[in-house]
Design a protein around this ligand. Structure first.
Ligand SMILES: Nc1ncnc2c1ncn2[C@@H]1O[C@H](COP(=O)(O)OP(=O)(O)O)[C@@H](O)[C@H]1O
Ligand SMILES: [Mg+2]
Length: 389
């Protein structure tokens, strides 16, 4: 059974109470599909492991087929993400009202009992993390024009969230696994608005960082300062990943190449930026454009948030509508340098040991497991935060 809120307007309706558990004035909440738990269970063959397509910081994701035949991605929020029905539905209303060609569409949700489940449109070609930037089991060939189109699309989607949606939405978790690709390889940003689904009364650790290691702006990781400019930073990292076809951190590479930002900066300073471009392209790319994209990536990841451009400016720069020649670029802000400085024993203390341990344990390079990524981010940066106070 799929229903809309306006079907449940009648006060005291048993269906209303059964579905939401509260007496809501739902007159303003329309066009949000409410799915029953049973319906979603059927759609996923009982949430069978065979239908599980991912595991992220918010919970598990299943591929499902609804009774009307449409394919969906069903995200079962973990216990930690549970919040009151009213707040949950208010946020769902906001998220599902946002439509843009570069944003994943939220179809609806399930709020039965303790279940909090989100239902999204299913994207055929998975995420950038599992195709271009991950461990490389994908058969998709990412030409330069495809990469260019993905970068521009993600910038468009993010500029829309930052500058056109009211109230503005800061994504907080821009990364390769949150860029999904449709059958034509058009990019769609997923998980926007989810940060607000985490109730504020949660523990220190859970609320500290919603982002992921390697994409976190220093001010966000250390001081928890979340602004549109922390999203711009993450976008810059992603942009460099798309151009270079490698993850932001890869410990299998020689020391000087392990961190993408450091590598990009070194090449930029040495006037060899084109060397950053994915060798897989075998020289088949627009060199001027590729160098421009790398420079934009560096502009976005500058240490000072004020120096980073807004997303609409980034979009203009990507499209070549704004000149970059006048732009000075300063060194990227790197949280890993902070971590490494601690690891190298430059500072001592109990919490430092904890940080070192986590750093050693966290397999963030080439890992397709977002679970590893998320827990690594949360724990490591919480440790950093504690030490910096
Ligand atoms: N709408 C969707 N269509 C197809 N696959 C999806 C969709 N949403 C999520 N996924 C897959 O599920 C995985 C886990 O998603 P998520 O819970 O958001 O965690 P994360 O973004 O940290 O990887 C994603 O990496 C992606 O592969
Ligand atoms: Mg995601």
């Amino acid at each position: 059974m799929t229903c809309c809120f306006h079907l449940f307007r009648k006060k005291g309706s048993s269906s209303d109470t059964r579905l939401t558990g509260v007496d809501l004035d739902v007159s303003e909440i329309q066009n949000v599909n409410i799915y029953t738990y049973k319906e979603l269970r059927n759609a996923t063959a009982g949430f069978s492991p065979a239908n599980k397509i991912g595991q992220g910081g918010f919970g598990e994701v299943y591929k499902g087929k609804l009774r009307n035949g449409s394919q969906v991605a069903i995200k079962v929020l973990s216990a930690e993400s549970r919040q009151g029905v009213r707040e949950f539905l208010t946020e769902i209303k906001v998220i599902s009202s946002i439509e843009h060609e570069n944003l994943v569409k939220l179809h609806g949700c399930c709020v039965e009992g303790k279940h909090r489940i989100l239902v999204y449109g299913y994207l055929e070609n998975n995420s950038l993390a599992q195709t271009l930037i991950g461990s490389g089991h994908s058969s998709i060939q990412f030409s330069w024009s495809t990469r260019r189109n993905i970068c521009v699309g993600v910038a468009r989607g993010l500029a829309f969230l930052h500058e056109e949606v009211r109230p503005q939405i800061i994504h907080r978790d821009i990364k390769a696994s949150n860029v999904l690709l449709d059958k034509d390889l058009q990019p769609k940003i997923s998980d926007f608005g989810l940060a607000k689904l985490i109730p504020p009364n949660l523990t220190h650790i859970s609320t500290r960082v919603a982002g992921t290691a390697g994409y976190l702006a220093p001010e966000y990781a250390i001081r928890n300062q979340v602004t549109r400019k922390s999203d711009v930073y993450s976008f810059g990292v992603l942009l460099l990943e798309i151009v270079s076809g490698r993850p932001n951190t890869n410990r299998r590479l020689p020391d000087e190449e392990q961190y993408l930002l450091t590598r990009a900066w070194d090449l930029y300073e040495g006037g060899e930026t084109e060397k950053l471009v994915d060798a897989f392209l075998d020289g088949d790319f627009n060199i001027e454009e590729a160098i421009r994209f790398c420079k934009i990536g560096l502009l976005c990841t500058q240490d000072s948030p004020h120096l980073r451009p807004s997303m609409s400016t980034v979009l203009e720069m990507l499209l070549g509508e704004k000149d970059l020649n006048e732009e000075n670029v300063t060194k990227p802000g790197m949280i890993f340098e902070f971590v490494e400085a601690k690891s190298a024993g430059k500072q001592k203390g109990k919490s430092e040991e904890k940080g070192n341990f986590l750093l050693a344990e966290g397999k963030q390079d080439e890992s397709s497991s977002s679970e590893t990524m998320s827990s690594f981010a949360t724990m490591t940066f919480t440790a950093i935060y504690d030490r910096s106070n």
